[in-house]
Design a protein around this ligand. Structure first.
Ligand SMILES: [Fe+2]
Length: 413
């Protein structure tokens, strides 16, 4: 259990953060407003309870691993609604603060300030905020739970041999089977992926939320994935939380290729193609894992790879520029879920080295960051970014010219 100490610490800090958010919201919505005293205390308790939905679901699933998915989804809907409501409340309060600040410098605006304050602080406005949060969470959840469609992306690669021009890779990431998605959802993802008849299928981590004995049968459809050369798995942080060693053994017993700081070579149209993968940085937090499952090491992963096209799978995109310096020609990553909600995009970009979703240039190589095929089920909501099954087609390009450099050398629109 010591291995999970840091994971528990993460949940302790997120639980505390949610309590702080609940305290702020109860002050802003209930104690700062003309809400009848008889309502204030029970509604404050309700807000604090709702803020702990994610923690509650985690505890419940640990205690009852066979918890019905419908119950998990209800929990996910509540946590999503809470998250949207907190964002709306913060936005409203920021607007009030700005209005107040303006009125200090421009006294003529005082009457406008009165109107804005009376409208935004009225009980009707609070009901509208609550209804908007529930509606947005419902819409975002419907988007998040749908089977993703295929997104086709051409990847320009400098100096790509003619024989490899047109090589196809289906990139899947962040399936998160077990926390919301079921085997039926995965069956459909597998069907849509196989229809693309790709050369490779690369899955960049976070496949499982739960242990093999609980959700192994739900994840088993990945064994039906078919590619011309191989289906390769690299690991993500959630795979560690669920017991990585057991998962790696399970996937390998299913005949899947799992790469942990190592590579495999393939001959494609007479050319050497190297698929390499690094582990996840959270490996260092899980002490019982042996050296072969140690910290991510791109140099080690590529050791002895020789000449050829080198594709690196790394769950997190943050170190792409350093990986390019090790001789990688293309990196595939996930982890970000595309930011999940538009109001988190700047934060998620910042936490991931400036990479959130899509095709970027990182040093000398392209980097594709998948917004996720699935997503973490305790906040199953997508607003402003969809899930995807990504079909990458490698194209000769010399040199790589970003068409519309946006954020950190993003390639294309
Ligand atoms: Fe993930």
């Amino acid at each position: 259990m010591a291995d999970y100490a840091r994971n528990r610490m993460f949940f302790a800090s997120s639980t505390t953060l949610m309590l702080v958010v609940a305290a702020y919201m109860s002050f802003s919505l209930l104690w700062h407003e003309p809400v009848p005293m008889g309502w204030r205390i029970p509604l404050t308790i309700l807000l604090f309870l709702v803020s702990q939905t994610i923690t509650g679901m985690r505890v419940l699933i640990t205690w009852r691993p066979d918890l019905p998915f419908s119950l998990v989804r209800i929990g996910g809907f509540i946590s999503s609604s809470f998250m949207v409501l907190s964002w709306i409340v913060i936005l409203r309060d920021a607007l009030l603060a700005l209005t107040f600040a303006f009125s200090l410098f421009v006294p003529q605006l005082e009457s406008a300030e009165d109107v804005i304050f009376s409208v935004l602080l009225s009980p009707a406005a609070e009901w509208i905020m609550l209804a908007a949060s529930i509606a947005a969470a419902g819409f975002g959840m419907a988007r998040a739970l749908a089977v993703p469609s295929v997104k086709r992306v051409d990847v320009p690669l400098q100096g790509l041999p003619k024989d490899l021009d047109g090589l196809t890779i289906v990139h899947l990431s962040d399936l998160h089977i077990g926390s919301t998605f079921t085997g039926a959802w995965l069956e459909e993802v597998v069907r849509r992926t196989n229809e693309l008849t790709p050369d490779f299928i690369l899955i960049t981590g976070d496949l499982a939320d739960g242990r093999p004995e609980r959700i192994g049968s739900l994840l088993r459809p990945i064994t039906k994935l078919r590619a011309r050369f191989d289906v390769v798995i690299s690991v993500g942080n959630h795979d560690y939380y669920s017991g990585l060693r057991r998962w790696v053994e399970t996937w390998r017993s299913w005949g899947m290729t799992v790469l942990l700081n190592e590579h495999r070579k393939y001959e494609v149209n007479g050319r050497n193609v190297v698929i390499a993968a690094v582990t996840d940085p959270c490996a260092v937090l899980f002490r019982s894992l042996d050296e072969s499952m140690g910290a991510p090491d791109a140099r080690k992963a590529l050791e002895g790879a020789g000449e050829g096209l080198k594709v690196l799978m790394s769950h997190r995109p943050g170190h792409a520029e350093q990986n390019a310096a090790f001789g990688c020609h293309l990196q595939l990553s996930g982890h970000t879920h595309g930011g999940q909600f538009f109001f988190l995009f700047p934060l998620v970009s910042r936490l991931n080295g400036g990479f959130r979703s899509g095709l970027y240039r990182a040093g000398s190589m392209p980097l594709y960051v998948s917004p996720g095929t699935g997503m973490w089920g305790y906040v199953p909501m997508r607003l402003g970014v969809g899930a995807e099954i990504t079909l990458l087609t490698l194209r000769r390009a010399d040199p790589i010219v970003p068409q519309k450099p946006t954020y950190r050398g993003k390639i294309g629109a």
